[in-house]
Design a protein around this ligand. Structure first.
Ligand code: 1GP
Length: 240
């Protein structure tokens, strides 16, 4: 079971986010091989909007690595039975019914008949200082950066509803990652694993989010710019 194997909170984990629109051609094998070699724990694949074909991107990934591939879908068009698992996201910080339950209903028949492991995830979008694609595409308002109490209440609600993970997200390419204050307070108030992503660009920010209590750290943009950071970030995360 992916959930038990990969998402247990005994050790912190690094997830590399692959956006097939950005990591394509020869870049895709390079980043996935680098991720495996340097100790990344799993790959997330997805994006708010996708022009590329997700199935062929997963084929390429699987050809070059044994790392688990977990869908992180921006829409139902990003479902693929070739993946090992899916973060079935419910955008619980928002009030858009399509992203709370509508798309999940559309996806349910395919998920039911497939062998993909489904990991129910309470997805919480937080303002990271700039408007991100996820904010625009989901038509939801992020939680204000300096309102950790709203994130805490949202995360508790997510856990009580039955989600297996909470994902605190500043959005891909965010100017600022979620504050350490917010991460700490959310972590203190939930039992389920906490994923943090969006705007994590430096070793110092990796250290800060780890110290604050993130169990899984997701990085995409920084690795697109400098692939050598995978090794650095992975070593830091696994030193905990
Ligand atoms: C986005 O949390 C992920 O959903 C990763 O964000 O691209 O900013 O690293 P970055």
């Amino acid at each position: 079971m992916l959930y038990q194997k990969i998402l247990n909170t005994e050790h912190k984990k690094l997830a590399v986010l692959i956006d097939p629109d950005k990591q394509k051609g020869t870049d895709l094998p390079i980043i996935v091989k680098n991720a495996e070699k340097n100790g990344a724990d799993f790959l997330l694949i997805g994006g708010s909007l996708m022009f590329s074909d997700i199935h062929s991107a997963i084929n390429t990934i699987k050809h070059h690595t044994d790392l688990p591939v977990i869908l992180f879908p921006g829409s139902v068009l990003q479902l693929s039975e070739k993946a090992d698992g899916i973060l079935l996201l419910s955008l619980i910080s928002g009030r858009n019914p399509e992203f709370l339950i509508g798309n999940q209903v559309i996806a349910a028949p395919l998920l039911k008949r497939s062998k993909i492991e489904v990991i129910s995830t309470g997805y919480i979008l937080v303002d990271g200082g700039n408007q991100t694609s996820v904010e625009y595409m989901s038509n939801t308002k992020p939680i204000p950066y300096e309102k950790p109490e709203i994130a805490v209440a949202t995360a508790i609600a997510g856990e009580l509803i039955g989600h297996k993970l909470i994902y605190l997200e500043a959005g891909s390419g965010a100017k600022n990652h979620v504050s350490t204050e917010m991460i700490q307070q959310v972590k203190k108030n939930i039992e389920i694993p906490l994923i943090v992503g969006g705007g994590i660009k430096t070793l110092k920010s990796v250290e800060d989010v780890c110290d604050a209590g993130a169990d899984i750290i997701v990085v995409g943009t920084a690795f697109e710019k400098n692939i050598d950071l995978i090794k650095e970030f992975s070593e830091k995360i696994h030193s905990y």
